[in-house]
Design a protein around this ligand. Structure first.
Ligand code: ATP
Ligand code: MN
Length: 510
């Protein structure tokens, strides 16, 4: 048997199909039941009327609880008022299983902990479904981008003896010899450098682990990273590739996931602007911009943040007024159950929105203070990235970083030892870093110096030094955090919603 999926209904307009799926919503009255069916490919309303489906099918439809599994046969009708533009006029309802009455996830507002504890069910909700569809679309686009450009996918090991980015965020396990610690990989880069010398242009796409105990909205302890590495590339070629790559993936998502972006109410400015060139600014200029000492297209970072703060205060006032209104409505006598639910939902939603806005009202003044007081030479914090990217509609490159704050393997400028050929790509609208890349040090003497300076165990890097002993060439690469990218494109406020089963400090279940 071939299954028919909701997404293919347009091909069957006027015809008869059987769909298989779960009940996402239901209402019924008298001689008709309206079922919203979901099958993983989409959502569609099915109308079960006594005149077309008969008493027995209508009775079955009325017994259905949320998340019950059915198959349903009927005629596909075009209906522009319906989501997706189609509706099913049912003639037959078959039940696979009736779900327990008390499906935990309803339409009302739930707390984050509750939702995370029910992640295995939460994934069925429409917003989560939309995020996962976008994640999948991006994943496929990423492979297509590299494969079409003759990159070879080479997996890096997950268990390693090397600490690539410094040892503070390493997960370790004592499994091998007693005196040998195995680490979970923080980055596949060093191995990608080795495979690039074998294959020319490579990319890894694998899980990486960082034992970060600080809970931020954009850090996971387990995330997926895309790390291309190219022989004979310099920093500029690296930036060109990053730009083509990010533009390609964003454009693909825009083209293929319009419905999903609508479901998420994602503002589309970014997707419309993505064709424009990504500005490239040096770290030193970025510092001036952050401190409000240099303008971008007539916009000043500090002034912009102050305007954002004023806007937040205005929205808080509006929402508070709306909240008071609904709370008053709830006090009225003789309300129907439906009305009470409706008003209570509004109140809960407004309270949630206000909580976020009040966080902003508290945070933005701190961001302004830390941006104005930024000390040149320091690494950017989340708020510094926000200050700068708030001024752009497209991602912006920051390159030529101070050597002391970057990794040992980055190549220094020939004419200035104080700076490395490193680059970060910061996503616009206040989002911040999504890519970190660099040209790598290809001179063995200099690399040895760096390893000493950074106090790294030389023995563990002997194999890596071989890459400079045998046919060393200029080469460059970058790392893009997959969930960061999905978070940015979907516009969700927390990275935990961008991966099916997120892992962050304190979260190992489900
Ligand atoms: P950040 O400064 O944002 O913590 P980083 O500089 O430590 O990131 P890199 O080592 O440059 O990160 O890693 C490359 C990319 O991996 C980052 O640009 C980001 O997209 C992603 N990334 C880094 N750490 C995490 C994390 N804990 N969770 C999810 N993605 C991450
Ligand atoms: Mn980085």
């Amino acid at each position: 048997m071939e299954l028919t999926y909701i997404k293919d209904l347009p091909k069957h307009e006027g015809g008869k199909v059987t769909l298989h799926g779960w009940i996402a919503n239901k209402r019924s009255s008298g001689k008709v039941a309206f079922l919203v069916l979901r099958d993983g490919s989409g959502f569609v309303q099915c109308v079960v009327e006594v005149t077309t489906a008969g008493e027995e099918n209508l009775e079955r439809a009325k017994r259905l609880t949320l998340e019950s599994a059915i198959s349903i046969t009927g005629t596909v009708r075009k209906d522009d008022n319906q989501e997706g533009g189609y509706e099913l006029q049912a003639t037959d309802v078959h039940i696979y299983s009736i779900a327990d009455e008390n499906y935990p996830i309803g339409k009302k507002e739930h707390g984050v902990d509750f939702l995370m504890n029910n992640r295995h069910l939460w994934l069925r909700s429409k917003r989560q479904w939309a995020i996962m569809k976008i994640r999948n679309c991006a994943l496929y686009a990423i492979h297509r981008f590299f494969q079409e450009r003759d990159f070879v996918q080479m997996d890096s090991p997950i268990l390693t003896g090397n600490a690539c980015e410094g040892t503070t965020t390493l997960f370790d396990t004592q499994f091998y010899k007693e005196d040998q610690v195995a680490y979970l990989s923080q980055s596949g880069q060093l191995y990608a450098e080795a495979t690039a010398m074998a294959m020319g242009k490579v990319y890894t796409f694998g899980p990486t682990f960082r034992a970060e105990k600080s809970l931020t909205p954009r850090h996971l302890s387990e995330f997926w990273m895309i790390e291309p590495e190219m022989a004979f590339y310099d920093l500029e070629m690296d930036m060109n590739l990053i730009e083509d790559f990010v533009r390609y993936v964003v454009s693909e998502v825009y083209e293929k996931c319009r419905t999903e972006l609508e479901t998420l109410e994602r503002n589309l400015t970014l997707f419309e602007a993505i064709k424009q060139p990504f500005p490239r600014i040096t770290y030193d200029d970025a510092v001036l911009i952050i401190k409000g000492k240099k303008e971008v297209n007539g916009k000043n970072a500090i002034v912009q943040l102050e305007a954002d703060l004023a806007a937040v205060h205005a929205t808080i006032a509006e929402k508070n007024a709306a909240l008071a209104e609904y709370e008053e409505k709830l006090q009225a006598k003789g309300l129907k159950k439906g009305e009470i639910n409706h008003f209570q939902n509004k109140v809960d939603t407004l309270k949630n929105e206000l909580k976020k806005l009040e966080d902003d009202a508290r945070n933005i003044p701190q961001w302004i203070a830390s941006a104005s007081n930024f000390v040149p030479g320091d690494d950017f914090g989340a708020s510094d990235e926000k200050a700068i990217t708030r001024l752009f509609d497209v991602p912006v490159f920051v390159y030529k970083w101070p050597s002391p704050i970057k990794a040992f393997y980055m190549k220094r400028y020939e004419d200035d030892d104080n700076y490395v050929k490193g680059v970060d790509l910061l996503a616009p609208e206040g989002f911040g870093e999504i890519v970190g890349g660099s040209q790598r040090e290809d001179d063995i003497e200099k690399l040895l110096e760096r390893i000493k300076e950074h106090d790294l165990p030389l023995e563990a890097f002997e194999w890596y030094l071989d890459l400079r002993r045998f046919g060393s060439v200029p080469h460059a690469g970058f790392g893009l955090g997959f969930e960061r990218l999905v978070m940015w494109m979907t516009g969700v406020s927390h990275i935990r919603e961008t991966i099916p089963f997120p892992r962050y400090y304190g979260r190992l279940f489900p």
